[in-house]
Design a protein around this ligand. Sequence first.
Ligand code: HEM
Length: 141
Amino acid sequence: MYTGLLHLHSFLRYVVLILVLLSIFQAFAAGNKPYTPANKKVNLFALISAHTQLLIGLVLYFISPNVNFSDMSNPTTRYWTVEHITMMVLAIVLITIGYSKSKKAVEPKAKHRAIYIYYTLAIVIVLLAILTMKGRPMWNI
Ligand code: HEM
């Protein structure tokens, strides 16, 4: 189960990255244009993919041999026990806030702005977390 979930979680990172990038691109390019159902769908799928990563990540957290609170002097263990979860949860919270702010906003411009501000902050954090991954190459799937 560990290996299967790790592969799924690893593959899903690309889905999250592509959907979040697409959301940012369309929100940035929209300017004063209407907030279309297609825009909303991409933003929502990005949110769903991030929440799916959170669920799989939480299961992995309890079964991973690399999560170990009593071995904090080891950079690999520390990364997977503390740094990865902290950065990723923060990124997912930002995506959730961005989607909810965009949903509540009335003006199309404000809806787009909430997406590109919060999703951009989130993707920067996700990329930082992936680039600083310990114990394996970042493209590993
Ligand atoms: C957008 C969110 C996330 C992305 C893009 C992401 C990405 C990744 C990647 C690329 C790996 C390495 C997979 C491999 O080497 O095959 C990984 C592993 C892992 N992630 Fe995440 N992750 C995310 C969220 C989370 C969250 C929220 C948690 C915890 C609640 C989590 C816990 C883990 C654990 C425990 C591992 C396995 C470490 C190991 O056993 O070596 N991830 N993640």
